[in-house]
Design a binder for this molecule. Structure first.
Ligand SMILES: Nc1ncnc2c1ncn2[C@@H]1O[C@H](COP(=O)(O)OP(=O)(O)OP(=O)(O)O)[C@@H](O)[C@H]1O
Length: 247
């Protein structure tokens, strides 16, 4: 459903993604992992057309995203930090987004309602706490029942009750066959929500397979320890490379 083809991205001299290839298929849920600064958000923003790569292409449902915006209506995106106009009220924001999607007649307001946002529609965005802004972002991502959900650190800043509400919603949507892509540093959460692990290291895909095979390959039965093993291997590889470069 999403094909990432030979993507290369540099910011000045910093090479963030190097000839990066990945396939994301519908009905699967992917955990996108890697150390801080490894390029997870950059990859997501390239898929969304918010960052332009230096080379390569992204295909969504078989079509290149170059010069296209229409494909974005297939994607629900929850950013790491949602930025909204200060004075807009929650209700106005929801209506404005709905006006932009006249093709959709029935909205999914389940999250907004479970988060209690429907009782806060008159509140301006600038008055909201960080967690409440996250709830608004999550509600918007799911509102149009998109085929693809891209969630960047979705539970960061949410209280435990809101985390459970959001996790249940993600599981529900996964069961409907949506493609779900999540980045998070909370490994236990990724274990619950995803069935495919992608680990980025130094701008390349270091691991890309099912969580089952991740456990097989690492010999670890727990997801969190399997990822720790993967991190160790990636760091060892780096150390070997550094040693060789000094020979
Ligand atoms: N607009 C930009 N200009 C310059 N450098 C950038 C820009 N955006 C990202 N970077 C750099 O690119 C690298 C990758 O950043 P990115 O946000 O994609 O990492 P990440 O894997 O999502 O990190 P984290 O786990 O901390 O969220 C970082 O070194 C970051 O500083």
């Amino acid at each position: 459903m999403i094909s990432v083809q030979q993507i290369h991205k540099k910011f000045g001299k910093l090479e963030v993604l190097k000839d990066f290839n990945l396939e994301f298929e519908s009905g699967k849920s992917y955990a996108l992992m890697g150390p801080n600064g490894s390029g997870k958000t950059t990859l997501i923003k390239i898929i969304l057309g918010m960052v332009i790569p230096n080379a390569g292409d992204i295909l969504v449902k078989g079509n290149s995203i170059k010069g296209s915006f229409a494909y974005r209506s297939d994607i629900g995106y929850m950013p790491q930090i949602g930025r909204y106009p200060d004075n807009i009220k929650i209700g106005q924001l929801f209506s404005m987004m709905q006006d932009m999607r006249p093709d959709i007649k029935k909205y999914d307001m389940e999250l907004a309602s479970e988060f209690g946002l429907m009782d806060m529609l008159d509140k301006p965005m600038r008055t909201l706490s960080g967690g409440t802004r996250q709830k608004v972002s999550a509600s918007l991502a799911f509102m149009f029942r998109p085929d693809i959900l891209i969630l960047d650190e979705p539970t960061a800043g949410l209280d435990p009750i809101a985390v459970e509400i959001l996790k249940n919603k993600i599981i529900q949507e996964r069961e409907k066959g949506r493609l779900i892509l999540i980045t998070s540093h909370i490994l236990s959460e990724l274990d619950e929500l995803t069935n495919h692990a992608i680990y980025i290291h130094e701008g390349k895909v270091f691991f890309n397979d099912t969580t089952e095979s991740l456990k097989d390959i690492t010999g670890e039965s727990k997801f969190t320890t399997a990822i720790a093993r993967l991190m160790e291997w990636s760091l060892k590889k780096k150390q070997i490379k550094t040693e060789l470069s000094h020979v």
